[in-house]
Write a protein that binds this ligand. Sequence first.
Ligand SMILES: Nc1ncnc2c1ncn2[C@@H]1O[C@H](COP(=O)(O)OP(=O)(O)OP(=O)(O)O)[C@@H](O)[C@H]1O
Length: 276
Amino acid sequence: MLSRRQSAPDATPVVLRNGSVTIEGRPVLRGIDLTVTSGEFIALMGANGSGKSTLVRALTGLRPLASGELELFATPIDHFHDWRRVGYVPQRSTATSGVPASVWEVVASGRLTRRGVLRPLTRADRRVIDEAISLVGLEAKARAGVSTLSGGQHQRALIARALAGEPDLLFLDEPTAGVDLPNQLALADTLRTLKERGSTVVLVAHELGPMESLVDRAVVLRDGRVVHDGPRLTDAQVHDPDLGHAHHHPSPPARDHVPHVLAPFDDTSQRQEDEH
Ligand SMILES: Nc1ncnc2c1ncn2[C@@H]1O[C@H](COP(=O)(O)OP(=O)(O)OP(=O)(O)O)[C@@H](O)[C@H]1O
């Protein structure tokens, strides 16, 4: 292993205690407790705007916590430099969200995690990125914005990104949104391979589709709070307005991750979001 490895190989990938995020003065995540143990495949679920992407950004250090403590591989986030162990596939750009990244940038984001903090990509890094793009046959699209790709091409870009980084902990933000079934199956195969290699995966998803069998645990957000942390749920259960009300201890007792206490559910701000 490279000498830069500083976090213990078998350390717990994620421990977030009482994490909160505020954006433009508005609380977007509130009192989140989340532990991700090594080798787990977690589905992060919830309606549009419930805070899933923000939580992933917070867990990858891209969005600062307003309060709370975050450790990655048993290292406080402020002291964590082993970013090559962490992969992040951002949500696919849509017409309504921000500036679209290019294919090269998306694949490079899988390699960025292998560089040192603030260290630019080396020529060798760039070669690995180019090779990953060519492996999935997207050379001609390398400089194109990902929003110009078909669903299948986008999915191939995601695979290339995973190949470029080989992270121990991989965050995927809605990789199957707008992707047809054959490509969803291909992506599920790729993720199964990563899982078999011992990677830890946190997958943001509205619907699990072919990835359902990979999921060890579901975490459901609503209005920036965790309302379920435990076994997989059906789509209807995820959107059940009563989820989180009936169970004050949603973590199954047998689980080995740190149990968390639900923050009181904020009835007055509860939104009935109707997504699809
Ligand atoms: N950069 C930002 N500026 C302003 N508000 C933001 C920003 N990022 C997120 N928010 C707000 O925070 C809340 C949570 O957003 P987030 O994208 O984390 O939710 P999500 O569960 O990932 O939703 P989706 O399924 O639509 O991606 C939303 O109300 C969103 O408008």
